[in-house]
Design a protein around this ligand. Structure first.
Ligand code: BES
Ligand code: MN
Ligand code: ZN
Length: 498
């Protein structure tokens, strides 16, 4: 998708479709429609008076040969209530315009920028929203070949674009592409996104953006005594991979080193504790935590915070076989702690346990993990909000503040020593499950045991990784949720503490 600027008077902007938005109000004249010529605005008023153009969120009104404009079409997108407007809402409006128009044969649009023309966040959100909207999941339908893509989005400013405007386009593009990269990894079926192929994708991304990438194979995983990781991997025909991607700019201080640990189960059948067949196919998305971290790495490689970041992704399938772990088995994790496997479907915490231990060994001083860890978090928070856990208040606050800024919904759930009894084992240091009640907390705290005293935050993205509903601004399927928040946090961190 090409992105550019225009600064000719709005009446003279020639394009397939000019796009504005209007708030829900008694008169449809507030929003970026205010920048339209008087003649066009009067015309819109007539439509509004006749019962059209309500301004309700995402309502699309398409006008052919609009009076007062050189553009072939004018699209007015409803923006909802003015007092609820946000950067996130503008991103969705831009996305709505892209998805609405591209199915109607429009390949180039011009977005009438609202507010002060140079407002970087306006430009960034439109670019990002357009890219997110243009992503589709149906790449395996024959004959599609991306021929419905939006080719060009121009932003109509009232002055020539300066450095700030160009930087805002770049940031929007980087963030949009990073999330789409994550969504692509999550969307891929498990036969096309095996641990080896996930490692290949990480390597390719790293080569392209100048990051260091190292992939450890099954032998190295065993040599490192990653008994917890191996207990999951041993049942599968597909060899596991431990993916390590490093961003270490020369001008960054030695510490902190942020470790981003992402669950990389490329298919979770449950293992011997086999899942029921209904919706088992959704478990191709069980590497979404790993996908999130790779998206974050792709973004920071381009946005360049002065901060060291290492992503660690334990990648394996969780399969039943004659070699698979069995309920009741006891293993020794890399940390030396022993774990009784009560349920082989609680595999995420097993691979994360060793990945966190390894992250500390690599010198990470702060740990953030993202994982599709529990069904329980979706019972608590649905598909809308990510569960945030962590014993270090300062770091939990950083993540929540970044989420609020980035427009992703995240909510802190408790960790508390009183829950520790729930995952006690009678024969080992820990059991890997602790029953149905508080299961998201138990899963989180089990993982946290392996972070030890190192500040640690856990994001349970089991609900938010995927949307079962098509949205006006986004395809149904993988969301890329989490990428924007973590990138925001890393950029902010670099500003306020160095
Ligand atoms: N990958 C699943 C969690 C999950 C559920 C992700 C729904 C996405 C959507 C995880 O490995 C799992 O199976 N968790 C179990 C844990 C239980 C056995 C303690 C669960 O939540 O049921
Ligand atoms: Mn599982
Ligand atoms: Zn899983």
């Amino acid at each position: 998708m090409q992105i550019g600027f225009r600064h000719d008077p709005i009446a003279q902007v020639s394009c397939s479709a000019l796009v504005t938005f209007a708030f829900e109000a008694s008169q449809a004249s507030s929003g970026s429609v205010e920048r339209l010529p008087g003649e066009t605005q009067s015309f819109l008023q007539e439509i509004h008076a006749g019962g059209g153009l309500s301004g309700k969120a995402y309502e699309c009104t398409l006008i052919h040969r609009p009076p007062g404009l050189a553009a072939q079409k004018l699209l007015v997108v409803g923006a909802g209530k003015k007092d609820k407007f946000s950067v996130g809402q503008r991103r969705r409006l831009a996305g709505t315009a892209v998805r609405y128009l591209r199915t109607r044969g429009v390949r180039d649009i011009a977005w009438v920028a609202d507010g002060p023309e140079s407002a970087a966040e306006c430009i960034e959100s439109v670019v990002e929203g357009a890219l997110l909207a243009d992503y589709d999941v149906d790449c395996y339908k024959t004959g599609r070949d991306g021929n419905h893509r939006m080719e060009r989005v121009d932003l109509v400013l009232s002055e020539p674009a300066g450095g700030t405007a160009n930087a805002a386009v770049e940031r929007g593009r980087v963030l949009g592409e990073a999330q789409n990269f994550t969504r692509h990894l999550v969307n891929e079926p498990s036969n096309r996104m095996t641990p080896a192929l996930l490692a290949r994708s990480a390597q390719d991304m790293a080569d392209r953006y100048g990051l260091d990438c190292r992939v450890l194979d099954a032998d190295e995983i065993q040599t490192l005594k990653m008994g917890a990781f191996w207990s999951v991997a041993q049942g599968s025909e597909e060899p596991p991979k431990l993916i390590v991607v490093r961003y270490a700019p020369a001008d960054a201080p030695e510490t902190p080193v942020v470790g981003l640990v992402g669950k990389g189960i490329t298919f979770d059948s449950g293992g011997i504790s086999l899942k029921p067949g209904d919706n088992m196919h959704e478990m191709k998305t069980d590497m979404a935590g790993g996908g999130t971290m790779l998206g974050v790495m792709q973004a920071i490689a381009q946005l360049k915070p002065r901060l060291r970041v290492t992503a660690i992704i334990p990648a394996t399938e969780n399969m039943p076989s004659g070699k698979a772990s069995k309920p009741g088995d006891v293993i020794t994790s890399m940390s030396g702690k022993t774990i009784e496997i009560l349920n082989t479907d609680a595999e995420g915490r097993m691979v994360l346990a060793d990945a966190l231990t390894y992250a500390k060994q690599l010198g990470c001083t702060v740990l953030i993990d993202a994982a599709t860890l529990t069904g329980a978090v979706t019972i608590a928070l649905g598909n809308i909000t990510t569960g945030v856990f962590g014993s270090n208040k300062e770091w939990v606050e950083r993540v929540l503040a970044a989420a609020a800024k980035a427009g992703e919904k995240m909510w802190a759930l408790p960790v508390d020593d009183d829950y520790r009894d729930l995952y006690k084992s009678s024969i080992a240091d820990f059991a890997n499950t602790g029953g149905r009640y508080g299961a998201a907390i138990i899963g989180a705290m089990f993982v946290g045991e392996f972070a030890g005293d190192t500040p640690w935050v856990h994001l349970d993205i089991a609900g938010t990784r995927w949307s079962n509903e098509e949205k006006p601004y986004m395809a149904k399927g993988p969301t890329g949720h989490g990428v924007r928040t973590l990138v925001q946090m890393l950029l902010d961190f670099h500003c306020d503490s160095i």
